[in-house]
Design a binder for this molecule. Structure first.
Ligand code: PLP
Length: 393
């Protein structure tokens, strides 16, 4: 079968690849600890499920407007006002089938062939592929380890060309867990305003911040930056609703309209009952959101302390999201592997611990491990990694 060039050149998701390999080992009867997951391990809060059952029984099982129910878009406007002091109209909101598909729709709506999108590394695996699928060119800017994997204003300036259309900022970041401060955002924002670069602000991990760190949206910094920004968010990570597939964007009405037109010919509306679930998620008590955050923070503190004791591991303590992103190049070298990728494969085969090699995130010296799993399993996984290193060195 001769496939279209656009799919032939797609890089398979690194996260899914290791998950598939881990599953194969589980099927063979091995006791695998999988730390590849990109989703909270909690159930969706019960009041959200209950509201969905009511919506189903009331017959809300039909098409809705392509860009989402007006009632939901109003609830999202309230959320943005309450949490971030940002004023949006429902016409400036689109709801779609997960933040991932919202991003896909966005790039389809803004990119022409050859347009450049600045992607700081380490990056979430889908950004470059989505940009390429829309005919765009990813321009990588290295978030250096010594700068907590964040890019600077000077690096950004140097990457801008007449073809630069947008930059993607993801804070708190998947995979690094780092958060841009207000001052850092203001500096980057200034450059984007000067060069008319659209800021795509992926805030999906907004609610997961630790040790007093707080999330600021770059759109909060000034009316000009709000105009220059499209916010991406959703309920997958905050409300443990990954399977419900609801994400949204807030931004310029003309852009939102174009995205909505596009969605009307691809997905139509996101699932009607999941939209009712999201209304309940935002209108109901936020206590469970905070409980989940606290559970993640407790795990982070316990596991981080043990992880940094493993020979050859160095790790900046994450401020948000639910991933640890240690640099293990030294560990790979000490144990005789030529690359972290090979080290990670051996770790899975020999110790049955599945983590995601950083090469998929544009950071070949690192690995990503998710602490969205029980403390018990996390502790076991860290012991196995420690054992692996002690046996190899
Ligand atoms: N953005 C980032 C940085 C993510 O890590 C994810 C999920 O892993 C998403 C967006 C997509 O979230 P969803 O499509 O589940 O709303």
């Amino acid at each position: 079968m001769k496939l279209a060039k656009r799919v032939a050149s797609l890089t398979p998701s690194a996260t899914l690849e290791i998950t598939a390999k881990a599953k194969e080992l589980v099927d063979q009867g091995h006791d695998v600890i999988a730390l590849g997951a990109g989703e909270p391990d909690f159930n969706t809060p019960q009041h959200i499920i209950d509201a969905t059952v009511i919506a189903m029984n009331e017959g809300h099982t039909k098409y809705t407007p392509s860009g989402g129910l007006l009632s939901l878009r109003k609830v999202i406007c309230n959320k943005l006002r309450t949490d971030q002091g940002l004023e949006y109209l429902p016409s400036e909101i689109i709801v779609g089938s997960g933040a991932k598909h919202i991003l896909y729709t966005l790039f389809q709506a803004i990119l022409d062939e050859g347009d450049e999108v600045i992607i700081p590394t380490p990056y979430w695996v889908s950004y470059p592929e989505q940009v390429k699928l829309a005919g765009g060119i990813p321009i990588y800017v290295d978030g250096l380890e010594q700068n907590e994997y964040k890019i600077t204003k000077d690096q950004l300036k140097a990457a801008i060309t007449p073809n630069t259309k947008a930059i993607i900022l993801n804070s708190p970041s998947n995979p690094t867990g780092m958060i841009y401060s207000k001052e850092e955002l203001a500096e980057l924002g200034g450059v984007c305003l000067e060069h008319n670069v659209l800021i795509v602000s992926d805030e999906i991990y907004e609610k997961l911040t630790y040790d007093g760190a707080t999330h600021t949206s770059i759109a909060q910094l000034s009316p000009e930056l709000k105009e220059q920004t499209i916010i991406i968010n959703g309920v997958s990570k905050s409300h443990s609703m990954t399977g419900w597939r609801i994400g949204y964007a807030a931004g310029n009405a003309e852009l939102i309209k174009a995205m909505t037109n596009l969605a009307s010919h691809s997905t139509s509306n996101p699932t009607s009952i999941a939209q009712y679930a999201t209304i309940a998620a935002y209108e109901g008590s936020q206590e469970t959101v905070e409980e989940m955050r606290q559970a993640f923070e407790e795990r982070l503190n316990i596991i981080y302390a043990k992880l940094v004791e493993i020979p050859g591991f160095s790790c900046i303590k994450p401020q948000g999201a639910f991933y640890l992103f240690p640099n293990v190049s030294k560990a790979a070298e000490l144990s005789g592997y030529v690359s972290v990728d090979e080290w990670a494969t051996a770790l899975l085969e020999e110790k049955k611990v599945a983590i995601v090699p950083g090469s998929g995130f544009g950071a070949p010296d690192n690995i990503r491990l998710s602490y969205a799993t029980s403390l018990d399993l996390l502790e076991k996984a860290v012991s196995r990694m420690d054992e692996f290193m002690k046996e190899k060195t």
